[in-house]
Design a binder for this molecule. Sequence first.
Ligand SMILES: Nc1ncnc2c1ncn2[C@@H]1O[C@H](COP(=O)(O)OP(=O)(O)OP(=O)(O)O)[C@@H](O)[C@H]1O
Ligand SMILES: [Mg+2]
Length: 260
Amino acid sequence: MSGDHTLVCDDITRRFGGVVALKNVSMAVRRGEIFGLVGPNGSGKTTLVNAITGFYPPQIGRITLDGRQINGLKPFRIAAMGVARTFQNVALFHGMSVLDNILMGRHIFMKPNPLASFFYPWWARKEEVAHRRHVEEVIDLLQLAPARDEHVDVIPLGLQKRVELARALCAEPKLLVLDEPMAGMNQEEKEYMVRFILDAQEALGLTVLIIEHHMDVVTALCDRVLVLNNGQEIAQGPAREAIADPRVVEAYIGKPRYAA
Ligand SMILES: Nc1ncnc2c1ncn2[C@@H]1O[C@H](COP(=O)(O)OP(=O)(O)OP(=O)(O)O)[C@@H](O)[C@H]1O
Ligand SMILES: [Mg+2]
């Protein structure tokens, strides 16, 4: 099934002790699309992202990236194969500047070789220049120039989320995985973030998997979605159709997070 698909999850089951966080979940993300993961609190969205990125591999099932099996690989190997992610709770390096945090996204390309650097300082310099060039491109794309020298601890949450996105983009991913990138943002910040994600996807030719619970954002961004409830699929397909499915509406009734 790989051909047109960047990511395929086949029959994924993940338990934590007695809790079945995901049960027989399958999905296929097409190359170049923005695919949404939707569902009420505790429905298994982050667990699926953790399975894909290698943090908590599934006990059952198969995950492939461009046709190559990745479940069973360590997170850094999966990252090196072109999967970059952001976290539901912002995970930046405290005490460091915006620029240094973004530069950390390049670490997967940095292969320390002191001997080579000693004999060929020009080579190390060339590498450094290439890293800087990518970082500057991303800073421009996400309009982070005015904040580049700020400490990440003192900037607003919305900006911290953008820095995290920038760090992920600096890894030059083929698959960008975003876990609630708009959480805690006001309407204006959300609209900016939607724009930045669309711009980045177009400029960098990305495939995007995004967990999102704001339905206006889902319909603005996503080509297709998978809706989970209690660890199982309740709908999958084009965004508008899937979130209008009666089972999805029912799953959200009384749930405060079905926010427009
Ligand atoms: N590391 C873990 N250890 C134990 N249980 C876990 C772990 N991660 C997730 N779970 C459990 O798995 C279920 C699904 O959680 P998950 O975080 O994937 O939900 P979610 O859809 O991301 O929810 P939210 O919208 O609140 O972020 C929950 O019952 C949760 O308690
Ligand atoms: Mg979550």
